[in-house]
Ligand binder design. Structure first.
Ligand SMILES: Nc1ncnc2c1ncn2[C@@H]1O[C@H](COP(=O)(O)OP(=O)(O)OP(=O)(O)O)[C@@H](O)[C@H]1O
Length: 636
């Protein structure tokens, strides 16, 4: 028997595990988290004291993983039991388990015979979540394999994606500013770039694709599509940078699918090793799943079969899906390398390699995995495949690195300012102290009512804490972060998407790419470590021509290094820059001379040199991405 077949332990399907609002009436987090261990009794005080600890010791502290973390009252008392739809009881002691074991210690206590979970939270994830760190995911995959033999399996199987046309083609309505996209400046560099198209008709898509584009509600292409589609169709490598929410996904999916259709590619389940023609990689599970859903939508009614693979779900299930036929393989790096390593996917036929959120895929967290992927047996060399990279941000040092994966004559496409924020997002920055943040957040949420709001925090622990706090204040809230089990993550996203929980508290795991309709507000409860991260976070609103709002709490103590870049991003997006922020930025600049958190973005194609030099001199230091491993963040 093949090792993955051993994964046939009892399957727990996605259900109302999280119990938010639906189970018990008094509100999800609140009812769930207070079921045992007296979270509501006394624990709040512990939370409070934990919160008030200076950075480094408690809440915002970094480097406190392992023994010192998780021992605060909040964590220790934070245990719960919840019931999933199958009546399986789950319990966890997040704080204690996490504090003692650090990463990669215990698994989630689930085994093949029982759905009962013990020391679960974080244990399994510590290994499988592919925590963003200097350690290559490939190494973790190896560890995963070792642990898979030693411990219980991941049994979660996500619910099958919808089959009905209405759900497949459910649309994200374009907003009043959609037509303003045409005014954005576009910079195309590289030799002989193909001419941009103005309409989808000019894209030369086959009938089924055209139908699917129309059913998706796309009437005219966005600038990144107008330029990107012909570049990809012409067989050129591409590094594309366009603002958040401006349609980058379709810019690569449509021409790839078109070519596969032209070549008569068809999925076959009669093969023990599947050989996809396209591989798409993205940094988080939810994002790659979203890309897969888009691919599935555009490929609807054709013989091209997209498949998605990502961590946190049953490997056997994943492999069975792959073996049903796979032309477009979408994956997070760890699971992708795992499936390739298991010999279920051959790379000989790969013609397209797409890196979405490419700057993230090539920073020091993922670069080793990308190198491993392109160096995997059978993977055509860069001369023999087409490599496409997309992001809203592209720091120059990452551009230089990215160029190593591309043919020399790749095209660089910049729609608007590289790394600039979407001007449809109204940004405001409020000066706060750490202690006033919670009250400020509550005040804000009183004004937003049922409007969907994403609240970003720096740590998984604060995500739990703030979500619990909000639920206790009767704000229907859910949360997503790397210590949550995959089924909880998916349930949280669903509850947020459907509006059942209009507030989603998230770590950076939800910062990039997620396309959720009706998100009107983004709150940076904690400002992120890099300006690029800020740009991605606020880009969860103001998408596709819609208007959104982003409010950021600026606590001068930790956030001053970001001030200068914030001023740049605000003014670049024609936003009001508070005087106090300018002053902080001005005094910070020149006094430090070195600003790893606030490094500004490249303004254009790195091959041109140009303005980047100025930025570089001002902030010579590691790139924001390079600084990121300090973040308490989870990446696949
Ligand atoms: N031409 C179009 N007409 C109408 N809607 C579109 C068009 N292109 C894309 N969209 C929709 O706009 C939304 C944003 O697109 P997409 O997620 O591809 O943005 P993105 O540029 O990848 O954003 P991010 O940088 O945040 O990842 C999606 O809901 C998508 O379906």
């Amino acid at each position: 028997m093949e090792d993955w077949e051993e994964d046939k332990s009892p399957v727990v399907s996605c259900s109302s595990t999280f119990g938010l609002n639906s189970s018990g009436g008094s509100g999800g987090f609140k009812s769930r988290f207070s079921e045992s261990a007296g979270h509501q009794n006394g624990n709040n005080e512990d939370e409070g004291s934990s919160w008030r600890k200076p950075a480094g010791e408690g809440f915002r502290g970094r480097g406190g993983r392992g023994a010192s973390r998780g021992r605060g009252g909040f964590r220790n008392a934070f245990s719960s039991e919840a019931e999933d739809g199958n009546g399986n009881r789950e319990g966890y002691k997040g704080g204690e388990g996490r504090g003692r074991r650090g990463r990669g210690g215990f698994r989630d206590g689930t085994d093949g015979d029982s759905d009962r979970k013990g020391f679960g939270r974080g244990g399994f994830r510590g290994r499988d979540e592919e925590v963003f760190s200097k350690v290559s995911t490939a190494d973790k995959v190896d560890k995963e394999n070792i642990n898979e033999n030693a411990g219980p399996k991941v049994v979660y199987v996500p619910p099958p994606p919808p089959e009905d046309e209405n759900s497949i083609f459910s649309q994200f309505a374009t907003g009043i500013n959609f037509n303003k996209y045409d005014d954005i400046s576009v910079d195309v560099s590289g030799s002989n770039p193909p001419k941009a198209i103005l309409t989808f008709e000019e894209a030369g898509l086959c009938e089924s694709l055209n139908k699917n584009v129309a059913k998706s509600g796309y009437v005219k292409p966005t600038p990144v599509q107008k330029h990107g589609i012909p570049i990809v169709s012409a067989g050129r490598d591409l590094m594309a940078c366009a603002q958040t929410g401006s349609g980058k996904t379709a810019a690569f999916l449509l021409p790839i699918l078109q070519q596969l259709m032209t070549d008569g590619v068809a999925a076959s389940k009669f093969s023990e090793v599947q050989e996809p023609e396209a591989i798409i990689v993205a940094p988080t599970r939810e994002l790659i799943n979203q890309i897969y859903m888009e691919a599935r939508k555009f490929a609807y009614g054709t013989c091209v079969r997209p498949v998605v693979v990502y961590g946190g779900i049953n490997t056997g299930h994943t492999i069975r899906e792959v073996l049903k036929g796979c032309n477009v393989l979408c994956g997070t790096p760890g699971r992708l390398l795992d499936i390739i390593g298991r010999g279920k996917v051959g790379l000989n036929k790969v013609r397209y390699l797409v890196l979405d959120e490419a700057d993230r895929m090539l920073d020091m967290g993922f670069e080793p995995d990308m190198r491993k992927l392109v160096g995997s047996p059978g993977m055509p060399s860069k001369e023999d495949r087409q490599t496409l990279m997309f992001s809203a941000t592209f720091p120059e040092d990452i551009q230089r690195l990215a160029a190593e994966f591309l043919k020399v004559d790749y095209i660089f496409l910049a729609v608007g300012v590289v790394g600039g924020a979407c001007s449809d997002v109204e940004q405001s920055i409020i000066q706060v102290t750490q202690f006033s943040k919670r009250e400020q957040l509550l005040d804000l949420l009183k004004t937003t009512g049922n409007e969907r709001t994403m609240v970003f925090v720096e740590t998984k622990r604060s995500a739990d804490f703030i979500a619990t706090f909000l639920c206790q204040e009767n704000v229907a809230t859910t949360s997503i972060h790397g210590d949550r089990e995959q089924r909880e993550r998916e349930k949280a996203l669903l509850d947020f998407r459907t509006g059942q929980c209009p507030v989603l508290v998230a770590t950076s795991v939800a910062a990039r790419g997620l396309d959720i309709e009706h998100v009107q507000h983004v709150v940076n409860f904690d400002l992120p470590s890099s300006i690029d991260e800020y740009v991605h976070r606020i880009g969860r609103t103001g998408r596709c021509g819609n208007i959104g709002r982003a409010m950021s709490f600026f606590d001068p103590e930790p956030d001053t290094p970001l001030a200068r870049s914030l001023v740049k991003v605000l003014s670049g997006a024609q936003q009001e820059v508070p005087k106090w922020l300018e002053e902080i930025a001005f005094s910070a600049h020149g006094t430090t001379g070195f600003n790893p958190r606030g490094k500004v973005f490249a303004s254009t194609d790195s091959r041109k040199g140009g303005s980047f030099k100025t930025d570089r001199q001002e902030t010579s230091g590691p790139s924001p991405a390079a600084a990121a491993p300090e973040d308490d963040d989870e990446w696949e």
